[in-house]
Design a binder for this molecule. Structure first.
Ligand SMILES: [Zn+2]
Length: 425
């Protein structure tokens, strides 16, 4: 053990303890009392079920985190990293191919470890609470397609990074930054048309009242919208959602078929107004810019760390290499990643409030937005009152009660303003 292994172990343990504390704080919030805005929407039975869902998922998340940590530590101190390094070197391939094999083998192992958990979450937990619609065949196909997509993008990207670190000297991190940036933006462009259809069917929303209402709203805020798509989310789950992907010509607004089935036209327009709000306020671009800056920092620090022999000693690897340095630095980076993650989620939560406000003000359907949020939460058995510490750690969206309160505050502010403008009418 050297100072680097001690540092990494401390970070990993600290992160786990924080998750444990957050999870347990969240569990203390469990109660049979339905929060007042939801009274009448939840049958007492259904509410109890939502609390059981929360308990099950929180505990399951903690078990997964504990097993992950345990397996990593055992693999590490039993000389697993050194073993894979020796085995890949013994093949005598070139540095890039050896590196790809080393990283690929470790990523493959990690993916294998994840599968039983994923299987349990889908076919036991989601099934028990009535959400699961995934057939075993779909689940297997999803794994295979996911692996193929990961290989298609992962191999050239990793090979590029290894190549630049091997050949471009002190500026390697800058070259890699450029490469990763081009890749990230490129994937955003092709994801809606090339990747997502591998997993789901996207049908243009049929002509009728809903489409007219959506197109009418989009025109009213000057949002160029070619089409709205309906995705067969019901293939995997009864949970519903809506989202926005892609850029420029390829951008898409997508509604889950499960959402269309459960909500009124006014509610659906409000939900899409929220999504268009994200785009209008450039949230998607901002998040992407933050991601690119984070990558730059990661690569800059990586370039420094890769020169440190102690990093390789910490994992019992005798011969330093770019590919091993990449993996080991990934572990050393844990706390930075963790803190950045919290910061990014904070920004994301602020974006959600802003998009809600945008939707309420531009569509004039504040009540519909609130109704949509309520219905979504009930159908998805969302946790209505998570602990603030848990929210800080894990939530990219604010808890629903806070979103409703913010919308109501905005509405009464507007009404007051209108009364004042109206001048004593
Ligand atoms: Zn949103």
């Amino acid at each position: 053990m050297n100072w680097i292994s001690l540092t990494i172990l401390t970070f990993l343990l600290a992160e786990f303890v924080l998750r444990l504390i957050a999870g347990n704080l969240n569990l203390t919030r469990i109660s049979d009392r339905i929060p007042s805005p939801f009274q009448g929407l939840y049958a007492p039975d259904k509410y109890r079920q939502s609390q059981a869902y929360l308990r099950t998922n929180t505990r399951f998340g903690l078990i997964v985190a504990a097993v992950d940590l345990l397996l990593l530590v055992v693999f590490w101190f039993a000389g697993g990293f050194a073993g894979v390094d020796k085995w890949t070197r013994a093949l005598g391939w070139g540095p890039v191919a050896t590196g790809l094999l080393f990283i690929g083998a470790l990523a493959g192992l990690k993916a294998l470890v994840n599968q039983p958990f994923n299987l349990y979450a889908t076919f036991v937990i989601e099934e028990r609470f009535g959400f699961n619609r995934t057939s075993f065949g779909t689940w297997v196909k999803d794994r295979i397609k996911g692996a193929l997509v990961a290989l298609t993008f992962g191999i050239p990207l990793t090979a590029g990074v290894l190549f630049f670190f091997l050949t471009t000297g002190p500026n390697a991190w800058l070259w890699c930054w450029g490469l990763v940036t081009v890749f990230t933006i490129g994937v955003q462009f092709i994801a809606p048309t090339w990747i997502m259809p591998l997993f789901n069917r996207f049908e243009p929303l049929e002509e009728g009242e809903l489409k007219d209402a959506i197109m009418g709203y989009a025109a009213s805020i000057g949002f160029a919208l070619e089409n709205v798509f309906v995705m067969d989310g019901s293939k995997r789950s009864t949970k519903s959602n809506a989202f926005f992907t892609g850029f420029g010509r390829h951008r898409r607004i997508v509604l889950f078929d499960t959402l269309v089935a459960k909500h009124s036209v006014a509610e659906l327009v409000a939900v899409l107004a929220h999504e268009m709000g994200h785009y209008k306020m450039r949230h998607i671009h901002k998040m992407m810019a933050i991601g690119i800056l984070q990558t730059g920092l990661l690569l800059f620090l990586l370039a420094l760390a890769i020169e440190t022999p102690a990093l390789f000693d910490a994992f019992y690897v005798q011969q330093p290499s770019i590919h091993a340095g990449l993996v080991f630095f990934g572990l050393l980076y844990t706390p930075v990643d963790f803190l950045m993650g919290m910061l990014v989620q904070r920004v994301s939560r602020a974006h959600e409030y802003a998009a809600d406000r945008f939707a309420a003000e531009t569509s004039g359907r504040c009540e519909a937005m609130i109704d949509a949020l309520k219905k979504l939460s009930v159908h998805n058995l969302s946790n209505l009152s998570p602990h603030p510490f848990y929210v800080a750690l894990h939530y990219s969206h604010p808890p629903v009660l806070q979103r409703i309160e913010a919308l109501q505050r905005g509405q009464s502010r507007n009404e007051r303003r209108m009364r004042e403008d109206g001048g004593g009418r």
